[in-house]
Design a protein. Structure first.
Lengths: 270, 346
């Protein structure tokens, strides 16, 4: 369970995030949506204990962020950055192993087993012995995703809900891998392994994969609710300051598009 | 056996060979058997070898401490280089860049010039006092660089390197200024200091070097996994449960100890800290669990070899060891850069 009470963040008197409350206590796929500069990254960093709020507090399983040791909290929440460049010529295998360093008690065999499992799941076999820095942007992203999944993989006993924070994980990924990554994240939630909290820009993918959406604008969470509640064309158009419409395809699939895009096309064709 | 294991074993063998050869060669040639003989007799056993008193004196009192010095100093410089490159995620960092070496030289120069004026400084003997003062200088300058690099209580790596460059320039200028006031004799001492020399090695102060090298080195070895994780970036390391601030501070303090001790005993010896970790990374990979110990062995070997050359190349004089390491290091370094251009993409 994560609970944020009145968290706000400011830098040199400038308010980046206005006070917000947030709570999650079940496995869910949460998307933080909003225009550039809305404070999305700041919010995930605050919720993941990567930043200390200027006021308010965040607690994990009822215990405040500052009472946790970094070491301990690392087994319950992981965070994946937008950019992923590493120093030195580590191989993919070595990078994945780093996620298991903290699991001293389950040394060796178990760690290898867990790594094997995630490598299978994400289909990383072909990359294992390659040097991380020589991978393509998309491959790096997949490896980093594997690394954060590995960081949360616990032992046998009953595990509490764990939290996977992803800050714009779809950057650099082509269509196929965007969808694959979201599927893996979705499966993580469906398998009751934990919750995913992700910052992303694609409204349509958000609509397809999210359970819950936090819509942000100018440092404020303007709405927090289910996909159906939050993602109305009116609210989205207002937030992004661009006219969006919702379309339903023949087989019932719903998607959003920019209104003038279609009309422009029409204009040109006339 | 793993690749790293094989490399490690070969380095250990090579180090032992270098160590023994170092005891044997020089102005007075001592046969290898007599080298072992005099060390064995020192421990208290009797041998049948007819070891002359001169041989015994040369091996035990002159060359033995010197060989130990070169191993410890070489290992210390190399490990601090590897660890500093690790925490700053920058392959160009070494102890010289963050002000440790030049700080030591500045204070050593001050001591060489003014020790006559303040006799109370000579607590033990002149050599040891010089080392103490140099160590103090290394610590002071490293501390200033460290303080300058703090922003919001955290070490900013870029600022640290910039502050290091600035203070290096300042201390180098001050040291240069001092040479104007030096007499010819003092100038000679100063030159020797800035170019490095193991000539002051002796059995009385070897324990100081042992303590100041081996303890911080052990502490750094225990940070191997943390240094690996730091390659992923400070923020990632933090999210993975590592106290980045503490690790950085620990590595900087330990490096200052090792390099401070090395410079205070033997002057400025360049290139070991920069080159050795690179060579080891290329042959054995970047994992600090192997990088750190292998760098220690290789650094020890290189400095032992450099010392051997410095003592034998122009007999009976001794070429400053810093010159040898720079002459050996630069071409190797340039070659590595050209061969592995892509590997330096940090």
């Amino acid at each position: 369970m994560i609970e944020a009470k009145n968290i706000a963040f400011e830098v040199k008197g400038k308010q980046i995030l206005k006070p917000v409350n947030f709570r999650t206590d079940q496995e869910e796929f949460i998307v933080i949506l909003g225009p550039n500069g809305a404070g999305k990254s700041t919010l995930v960093k605050l919720l993941s204990n990567g930043l200390r709020p200027s006021s308010g507090s965040v607690s994990y399983y009822g215990k405040e962020g500052k009472e946790w040791t970094l070491d301990h909290l690392a087994k319950y929440r992981a965070y994946m950055h937008q950019e992923s460049m590493i120093a030195s010529s580590f191989t993919v295998r070595e990078v994945l192993e780093m996620a298991r360093y903290r699991y001293r008690e389950t040394k060796g065999l178990f760690n290898q087993m867990v790594i094997e499992k995630i490598v299978d799941e994400l289909n990383l076999h072909a990359l294992l012995d390659q040097e991380f820095n020589f991978l393509s942007g998309g491959e790096k992203q997949r490896v980093q995703f594997g690394r954060v999944m590995l960081q949360l993989e616990g032992g046998g006993e009953i595990q509490p809900i764990k939290y996977l924070f992803l800050d714009e994980p779809l950057n650099n990924l082509d269509v196929r891998y965007q969808i694959e990554l979201l599927k893996h994240a979705r499966k993580f939630v469906n398998d009751k392994r934990g919750s995913v909290i992700v910052v992303m820009h694609d409204i349509n993918l958000c609509y397809q994969y999210a359970d819950r959406v936090l819509l942000m604008q100018k440092g404020k969470v303007i709405m927090d609710g289910t996909v159906q509640e939050v993602m109305s064309p009116g609210l989205l158009s207002e937030t992004y300051q661009i006219e969006l419409e919702q379309i339903q395809s023949l087989d019932g699939e719903v998607f959003f598009r920019h209104v003038s895009y279609s009309s422009n096309l029409l204009d040109q064709s006339i | 056996m793993s690749r790293q294991g094989i490399i490690g074993l070969s380095l250990v063998v090579l180090l032992i060979v270098c160590f023994v050869v170092n005891l044997s060669v020089g102005n007075v040639h001592v046969p290898i058997s007599h080298v072992f003989g005099s060390l064995i007799e020192k421990i208290g056993f009797k041998t049948d070898l007819k070891i002359t008193d001169i041989e015994y004196q040369v091996v035990y009192n002159i060359r033995f401490p010197r060989a130990v010095y070169s191993c410890l100093i070489g290992a210390g410089l190399a490990v601090s280089g590897a660890a500093l490159q690790g925490i700053f995620r920058n392959p160009l960092v070494d102890s010289a860049l963050i002000g440790i070496s030049t700080g030591a030289s500045l204070f050593a120069s001050l001591f060489i010039l003014f020790n006559g004026l303040v006799p109370w400084l000579i607590i033990f003997n002149e050599g040891l006092s010089l080392s103490m003062v140099a160590f103090l200088g290394a610590s002071i300058v490293a501390f200033i660089v460290y303080r300058l690099s703090l922003s919001n209580g955290e070490i900013n790596s870029l600022t640290l390197i910039l502050a290091g460059i600035a203070l290096n320039a300042l201390t180098a200028a001050l040291t240069g200024l001092l040479t104007f006031f030096a007499t010819d004799d003092e100038l000679r001492d100063l030159t020797f200091w800035t170019l490095g020399s193991l000539g002051s090695a002796n059995n009385d102060s070897v324990w100081l070097l042992v303590i100041f090298t081996l303890i911080p080195m052990t502490v750094i070895f225990f940070q191997a996994k943390s240094l690996n994780v730091l390659a992923l970036g400070e923020s990632n390391a933090q999210y993975m449960g590592y106290k980045v601030k503490t690790i950085k501070l620990l590595v900087i303090i330990c490096s200052t100890c090792m390099v401070g001790a090395a410079v205070s005993m033997a002057g400025v010896i360049g290139f070991i800290g920069l080159v050795v970790p690179h060579i080891i990374r290329i042959v054995a990979g970047p994992n600090h669990k192997s990088l750190l110990p292998l760098s220690a062995f290789f650094g020890a070997i290189l400095l032992s070899a450099a010392d051997m050359i410095s003592r034998t190349i122009l007999p009976p004089t001794e070429v400053p060891i810093g010159i040898i390491t720079a002459l050996m290091g630069t071409p190797v370094f340039v070659a590595i850069i050209f061969k592995h251009k892509r590997k330096f993409s940090v």
